[in-house]
Design a protein around this ligand. Structure first.
Ligand code: FMN
Length: 169
């Protein structure tokens, strides 16, 4: 059973989980992939509820999401899928089918083309309303530059309008 919920009620759980890992799933045409994300931001922009994800240009996920209209983010809030989070955060969809390899069941999105990871408890369906590549010249913190972007693999930032948020009961 899936139930739509007010995500603000789950915001604490979601933001706690994001550092531990969530699944960012993307789809364009026949290509579908999921990867682990550890960074993300939940907020209100342009009077819309928005979830922001950051994807490095080197990821297979980037190749897909750059052409996509939407994405989903699935959170295992009960501490499950730890191995799968590691697997999807270390292996690339260029080399393997992660859904098969890690036995991840998907379910069709309700309002987006991208599926969700069914074994998770909480899901966002997001429509991409803005995207930008990080501009290294606008990064003022040298520590961030050295620590995260020494090899020039900058993030692309995707702003997803949250169309649906729901839990699995
Ligand atoms: C806990 C964790 C969090 C991660 N967070 C991010 C993230 O926010 N953005 C990103 O680009 N990569 C992140 N990664 C790395 C990607 O998940 C990893 O490179 C993955 O293999 C990319 O898969 P793909 O090539 O199929 O897109 C994270 C990895 C782990 C283990």
């Amino acid at each position: 059973m899936y139930k739509e919920v007010d995500f603000f009620e789950y915001s604490k759980d979601i933001l706690k989980q994001i550092e531990r890992g969530a699944f960012l799933t993307v789809k364009h045409g026949e290509k579908v992939n999921t990867m682990t994300i550890g960074w993300g931001s939940l907020g209100s922009i342009w009077h819309k509820p928005v979830f922001i994800v950051l994807v490095r240009g080197s990821r297979y996920t980037y190749e897909i999401v750059e052409k996509a209209e939407d994405f989903t983010v699935s959170f295992p809030l009960k501490g499950q899928l730890k191995e799968e989070l590691i697997g999807c955060g270390t292996k690339s969809g260029r080399d393997i089918d992660k859904f098969k390899e890690f036995n991840l069941k998907t379910r069709e999105g309700i309002s987006v083309k991208t599926p969700i990871i069914d074994d998770c408890d909480f899901h966002f369906e997001c429509k991409i309303i803005y995207k930008q590549k990080m501009d290294e010249n606008k990064l003022s913190d040298e520590w961030i530059k050295k620590t995260f972007y020494n090899n020039g693999d900058y993030h692309y930032v995707y702003y997803g309008e949250i169309l649906k948020s729901y839990i699995k009961e």
